[in-house]
Design a protein around this ligand. Structure first.
Ligand code: MN
Length: 163
């Protein structure tokens, strides 16, 4: 299965500075949040993971988060699932020219490692170890309303450890 077909279909590879849609072997558990100043500012949250819960190639599972990934627990933000991105997009920063898909400036807002806790087709739970984002996060699908809408939030601590 060609998981990056949609990624390539949306882009003109000769014109965009973005990485080509090549599948690369991975196995790293990284994440990135890219601030994307396009027609509407949003943040793209991406997890380096197999394309499906049952396996497949390594890609960046991606969500567009209009309000950004919450830093504090208990705040739920909309995250719209978008096409899988190639693994090497994780380092991408730059300006996509006017007239192209996603035109505007992309810069890395946070990056780091994650540890997977749970994964189904409708829910992901993981611990983020980034510079800004830290702790246990949940991404959960809320159903189809024309778009593949999910919610992202930081889980509240179950056990408060005393020092
Ligand atoms: Mn974007």
């Amino acid at each position: 299965m060609d998981y990056l077909k949609e990624y390539r279909r949306k882009r003109k590879s000769a014109e965009t500075p973005e990485p080509a849609g090549e599948v690369k072997k991975s196995g790293h558990n990284r994440f990135v949040v890219q601030e994307h100043q396009s027609s509407r500012l949003h943040y793209d949250f991406r997890l380096e993971i197999t394309a499906s819960p049952t396996g497949g190639e390594w890609v960046l599972k991606s969500w567009a988060v209009p309000k950004g990934v919450p830093i504090e627990a208990g705040i739920k933000h909309l995250a719209v699932a978008v096409e899988d991105h190639p693994v090497d997009y994780i380092d991408f920063e730059g300006t996509i020219p006017e007239g192209l898909y996603g035109a505007g400036t992309v810069r890395i807002w946070d990056s780091g490692q994650y540890e997977l806790i749970k994964r189904t087709s409708k829910e992901l739970e993981f611990t983020l170890k980034g510079k800004r984002l830290e702790g246990r996060y949940v991404l959960i699908q809320t159903g189809w309303k024309g778009k593949d809408n999910w919610l992202i939030f930081k889980a509240k601590e179950k056990n408060v450890k005393t020092v």
